[in-house]
Design a protein around this ligand. Sequence first.
Ligand SMILES: Cc1ncc(C[n+]2csc(CCOP(=O)(O)OP(=O)(O)O)c2C)c(N)n1
Ligand SMILES: [Mg+2]
Length: 347
Amino acid sequence: MLSEGVENFIEDPNFIFPELNLSQIKPSYLEDFLFSMSLIRAAEIKIAKAKKNGLIKGPVHLGVGQEAIAVGVSKSLRDTDRIFGAHRSHSHILGVDKDLRKLFAEVLGRKTGFSAGMGGSMHLASKSKGFMGSVPIVTGTVPLAVGAGLASKLQKSSDIAISYLGDGATEEGVFHESLNFARVSNIPVLFVVENNLFSSHMHMSLRQPLNTINRFAKAHKIKAKLLDGNDVIEIYKTSSEFIKNMRSKPEPYLIEAITYRWFGHVDWRDDIDVGVARSKKDLLNWKKRDPIKRLRDAMINKKIWTNEKQLNLDVKVKNLVEENWETAMKDDFPDRNSLLDNVYKDD
Ligand SMILES: Cc1ncc(C[n+]2csc(CCOP(=O)(O)OP(=O)(O)O)c2C)c(N)n1
Ligand SMILES: [Mg+2]
């Protein structure tokens, strides 16, 4: 089941994959992938700068470098699917809802945000696009995704659930219970594990006997693939195949996508300062595997893309980010008396 070469990708810091294989993918899809990844990256870099400048009060967990995963998976999703994220979920929500104003407004605490400014970066939701929520409790949304998949199955719909989680989240017991229950009940949920090799500041090698986690899927007889998480084509092809299968025959699947985050665990610094095992050299090697550059280079080589088109895309993305940021900065904060409106209380 392992994709060829992925082990080298993890173990050898100088390993560079050959050019992405674009065959059989429509040019319009490729352009969409390039645009979506670029937009997500630019939005997160804007957030990083704003955090550094003190404009954002809450913590922000940035996924720069990991964009290919959510973009590749989101292409096969529809609004009635049920998607769950966690603490590093800007890409997950933007994959299905590109409303930058709502994302910016949320991290700025404005009432026009994805969660009415009450949640910040780690509490994002867009129900109309199927994004049911992200929360900071590691692994907290994994059983919720299983429940949402079960609901869809009981409703005899072909909608599926997506559970995005990190490698650290697989170390919580509820992940294993969720896999087991999803398997024995044949629940249409796709677990997408973004293995960026770190849980906060701790490398996999300090936490587990192997750097990969797909063995947990095999233990539960769940079909799984280990993928290069910086190859949007590979992510798209595998997720679309799994999702198509799940829609016609409900059962769980798992993707383990190997990737790397360019910023530190939280906020705008690279985490060289606090990293236990993360060196500047590792970071530079991973930047050579930039998922956006890899796609762009392959498209240019195949003459699907030009430098001129790239310039236009850069301008479009920059304008979208700047315009939406300016709008969000002018948006109002929530009213003081609405503070307890959405707080659950049992009288
Ligand atoms: C239940 C719980 N335990 C611990 C934490 C503290 N914590 C926040 S993020 C994180 C690391 C998660 O690592 P991973 O799942 O690999 O996601 P990544 O940050 O790499 O995207 C930890 C331990 C938490 N938020 N919730
Ligand atoms: Mg991680």
